[in-house]
Design a protein around this ligand. Sequence first.
Ligand code: MN
Length: 532
Amino acid sequence: MTSVKEIVGEMTGATSEDITFVEKAYEYSKKAHEGQARYSGEPYFIHAAATAKMLAEYGMDATTIAAGLLHDAIEDARVSREEVEKEFGKELLFIVDGVTKLGTHKYRGAERHAESLRRLLVATASDIRVLIVKLADRYHNMQTLEHVPEHKRRRIALETLEIYAPIADRLGMGKMKRDLEDLAFPYVDPDAARHTAELRKLKTKETENGLAKVQRELKKELAKKGLTTFRTDIRMKGLWSLHQKLKRKRDDISLIHDIAALRIVVPSIEDCYTTLGTVHALYKPLPGEFKDYIAFPKPNGYQSLHTTVVTPEAGIVEIQIRNEEMHRRAQFGIASHMSYKQLGKNVEKLDKEIQKSRFSSLSFSWIRSLIPSLMKVSKKDGNAKSATNVPSWLSELAEAHAEVAGSEEFVEGLKEDFFSHRVFVFTPQGDVIDLPAASTPIDFAYAIHSDLGDHLQGAKVNGKLVSFETRLGNGEVVEILRKDSAHPSPKWLEIARTSLARRHIRAALGMSEAERPHQPSHGHRTRRAGRK
Ligand code: MN
């Protein structure tokens, strides 16, 4: 069992007050869960302690770690909310409330599920730490999934793949995403998981020696350039993501070049580009495979240089180059920005980095919005309701889904808006609008303002007039032409991609939920429509 020492040991930079707070939560939770057992037969408290330890490893603050310890206390150990508030404060209660699943008497089955998820999201919109506790909770549950009754395993694993791993990805928590996916994969598709693991093992053996040689050669060359303080490691692609890629490449493993990648972590951004030059001078790059995610970060903030080169020793190899800061962020994502360990130390540095390039500053706007409030994180007087430390896309999402009626539509809408890939487009003023992939000018207009959507007359992409069906691409500049006499037409419902736009269009058309027209691509929606 994880001891309180192990948890506190991870809390570098914590005050003695912080430590006392966590110790108190540890003892309290241990007592509250006394006599309860997990499916494995082990004491229930093991789960609470493991969740808290992970939060400590992620560098979270004392309140979050204590919330990890107490996250199941109200639901499973029948401690009252009043008592938790009295002992540990409003802020901790808010986090625990957000994570708590709903009671079984009010909701059942899928509905209980959707309602719990909705509640989680709404709470997250006020305090992102709710979601981070939930992910740590889910992580430990996935690690111990084998003990859960068989009929529940697949559902839990699927939910992890479809909802929690994409959330982790969206928050830039690369390590969490990959671990959740690989823990879930064998329960969702055991045969494919075995097959993929065998393929990867084979490939690993094949390339290991070659990659070690490449590593040595690069070290020598980089030393000539004066670069000596760097480290390299070999990262194997996650099984689930390898499986997804194999499906796209018709199961032809020879077409996948990033099963094993060589990662080089250097001190500065400049060193990244120097290293890239050295790599390309040494090995021929494959054309079209180079990606500069430093100048153009991924929507979730991921930064690195990726290139694929042909090496005599190891064949075609992907090489990833980044600095320490990028490496940490690629692993821990949003949590790394909230980390106690890093507060103050790196915020200034990060801010400078963000300002360096126009594009990265735009893509990082949501992280930027975190920073001022992060400086003030405090467990005593924090106002749990303040929505300041939450990325705007997240709070908007929660808002957009807050009044959706049916639980099925809620989850489906969520999956569509949140869990599919995103595109970043620009207003003529240079503001970034973050939309799901395949969004159209209609979605763009409604994302800016419902009035703009309701009076959408035309749209220009990169200065050219386009039709409403046009799918917007990353980095495009979209201009909306507005006219008072313009109004939505029923056809727009088929074109719009986001549930936000569809809701506004329905409202403008004066339609009730039950009158929604048939949508061929969303069969389940029409099935529901007749039920009301
Ligand atoms: Mn739990």
